[in-house]
Design a protein around this ligand. Structure first.
Ligand code: NAD
Ligand code: GDD
Length: 327
């Protein structure tokens, strides 16, 4: 019998890549999203456009017992979206409603196995003050103190999935993703994250010029390439380990060094201008002991390799844009 998968948020970045991978594995896939994929047609067998905040629509897409359900739908973005404070009510309301609706529908249909995409943003702000020594072990999540409402919603939803597992025997797998990047990710418009934003700025800059980087650039992060994210997601989903567990890279880098690395890949000579902007925590890095010990896997690809592919893709997107006219 052909296996079936339901991918919620299939029109987004990670969802689009995940659907493609599930199709390569021979699954029949239903994708669901508010919007279609921006950069390539979905590989899903059946794509339902609709709003998972609507209970009736959510129930209508969970009309059978799928073998695997991946819940990626959320109101999300990079620092320019989640740290300004302007989108807090939407983020909390939209993402929490989606998760409440989905778990209710899965429970009523008797679907047993679901993956939920949480975030490194659940970790306490107090452990991410030192850019050189952040703490993001899974056990450090409590006492809770995320620095954004986006992180609080993710923590609430982690608890919701845990409660459905405890009370109804649902098999839930929860990953805390650490900044995922790659081709077909949002690269403009305000929701883009640092790797895509910096690739865009560098692709648009003339050699000898400069690019703007938010903050002093000393803040650190780690970035995980999309193929590794999909691999880790599938391995966790099919394992006996419930999580929550980090899926991220341990190759921490400062944001100015990230800008320098992408500049080097571009072959250009550029100056960095550090300007005020939404910055979030001072330091963050994935800690992969638990995922190594529990499912025997952790990502291995270098940041540079992923950035080379991502820069080439964004450079191509920029080249297709109509030329900007001077203001
Ligand atoms: P994305 O924004 O590209 O994809 C999310 C998708 O959810 C979008 O296509 C969006 O249209 C859809 N969606 C939002 N509201 C919806 C609604 N009401 N009904 C139906 N669809 C709706 O983001 P992504 O990078 O692919 O992230 C996928 C998941 O992983 C999200 O839950 C995100 O919070 C989580 N995550 C991502 C990262 C990252 O770095 N990309 C890091 C941590 C966690
Ligand atoms: N987006 C962006 N754009 N960030 C920039 C820029 C820019 O032009 N210049 C510098 N930065 C800095 C930000 O100020 C921040 O300090 C750092 O780069 C990382 O920003 P993002 O990549 O946008 O977000 P994040 O790492 O703080 O949070 C992201 O990762 C989480 C998981 O680790 C977000 O995408 C969250 O939604 C996600 O859950």
């Amino acid at each position: 019998m052909q296996k079936t998968a339901l991918v919620l948020g299939a029109g987004g970045f990670i969802g689009g890549h995940l659907v493609r991978r599930l199709k390569d594995e021979g699954f029949w896939v239903r994708g669901v999203d508010l919007k279609r994929n921006e950069f390539a047609p979905s590989a899903a067998d059946d794509f339902r456009l609709g709003d998972l905040r609507e209970q009736d629509f959510t129930r209508s897409v969970v009309d059978r017992r799928f073998d695997e359900v991946y819940q990626l739908a959320a109101d999300m973005g990079g620092a320019g979206y989640i740290f300004t404070g302007d989108n807090d009510a939407d983020i909390l309301h939209n993402s929490a409603t989606i998760n409440l609706n989905i778990l209710d529908a899965l429970h009523k249909t008797g679907v047993g196995r679901v993956f939920y995409s949480s975030s490194a943003c659940i970790y306490p702000a107090r452990n991410q003050l030192d850019p050189d020594n952040p703490t993001c072990t899974e056990a450090s999540a409590y006492p809770a103190d995320p620095d954004s409402e986006y992180g609080w919603e993710k923590l609430f939803s982690e608890r919701l999935y845990a409660a459905y597992a405890r009370n109804f025997g649902m098999v839930c797998r929860v990953a805390r993703y650490h900044n995922i990047f790659g081709p077909e990710g949002t690269w403009q418009g305000g929701k883009e994250k640092a790797p895509a934003a910096l690739c865009r700025k560098i692709a648009e800059a003339e050699t000898g010029g400069s690019i703007e980087v938010w903050g002093d650039g000393v803040q650190t992060r780690s970035f995980l390439y999309i193929d590794e994210c999909v691999e880790g997601t599938l391995r966790l989903m099919r394992s006996d380990f419930a999580g929550p567990v980090n899926i991220g890279s341990e190759e921490m880098i400062s944001i100015n060094d990230l800008a320098r690395l992408i500049t080097d890949i571009s072959g250009k000579t550029l100056r960095i201008e550090n300007i005020p902007g939404p910055v979030g925590v001072r330091g963050r890095n994935s800690e992969n002991s638990l995922i190594r010990d529990s499912i025997g896997w952790a990502p291995s690809q270098s940041l540079r390799t992923g950035l080379e592919r991502t820069y080439a893709w964004i450079d191509g997107q920029v080249a297709q844009q109509p030329a900007r006219t001077a203001a």
